[in-house]
Ligand binder design. Structure first.
Ligand code: DGL
Length: 247
């Protein structure tokens, strides 16, 4: 059986899980959300690494073929440390997100806007990976308030509109927007609409699923992926969110 682990700071990684289910590459997904300690995006590097290493220990209880770090914040800070402590392959979402930009036909001087948590933006992970691939016009914006807004289920309405205005009004019209946080795909349409639907939207969860599909191949068109959900606090709430987001 092909079994994959998905780790996130909380419920947000379900947006990546949804893409993995659609890719039909794995028969079983073991999801672990550190719901007791979310958000990671406001924490410092040492704390993020410590929590990430605890997650590695959790996944050692399962025979997984690989672990997807769905959390952009953890992907930005802790992959090397996690890899050093694990006996399974670990993939983050930053590189696939950047590769998804590369796979489009946007030019190297296109305006690229990265939206992510404070920690992810401060790490410079997306910015340096994009620069490394030759992109020169990169704007990076911390938009952490989107996280609790999505967790509250406010996927549209006045609060979201005001927050989008607050964060994005000073941004130049982007050619591409990287949704560098697990929660942002749930408000993708609103972000896109703010820029008159003229920007290419890159979702790193979608990007990693495409990469895995290419690497492993689809198992079966009718595959029903089994999902086992674990949380460090209130697993019932995670299961409820999974029902809402995955259907
Ligand atoms: N999962 C986090 C990320 O993708 C967002 C939530 C948090 O701050 O923990 O960066």
């Amino acid at each position: 059986m092909r079994r994959i682990g998905v780790f996130d700071s909380g419920v947000g990684g379900l947006s990546v899980t949804k893409e993995l289910i659609n890719a039909r590459v794995f028969e079983q997904i073991i999801y672990y959300g550190d719901t007791a300690r979310v958000p990671y995006g406001v924490k410092d590097q040492n704390t993020i690494i410590r929590y990430a290493l605890e997650a590695v220990e959790f996944f050692k209880n399962f025979e997984i073929d690989l672990l997807i770090v769905a959390c952009n914040t953890v992907s930005a800070y802790a992959l090397d440390e996690m890899r050093a402590q694990s006996n399974f392959k670990i993939l983050g979402v930053v590189e696939p997100g950047v590769e998804a930009v590369v796979s489009t036909d946007i030019s190297l001087d296109a305006q690229i806007l990265v939206l992510a948590t404070h920690a992810t933006i401060t790490s410079g992970a997306y910015q340096s990976a994009l620069q490394h691939r030759g992109y020169s016009n990169i704007a990076a914006k911390t938009t952490g308030l989107f996280v609790p807004i999505v967790e509250e289920g406010l996927y549209s309405g006045a609060i979201l509109d005001a927050t989008i205005e607050h964060y994005l009004s000073a941004c130049k019209q982007p050619d591409a927007i990287i949704l560098g946080c697990t929660h942002f795909p749930l408000i993708k349409d609103q972000i896109s609409r703010y820029f008159n639907n003229k920007s290419l939207i890159i979702h790193s969860g979608e990007a990693i699923s495409m990469q895995l599909l290419e690497e492993f191949g689809e198992i079966d068109k009718n595959l029903k992926t089994e999902i086992k959900l674990f949380a460090s606090q209130n697993p019932e709430a995670l299961k409820q969110t999974a029902k809402d987001w995955l259907t």
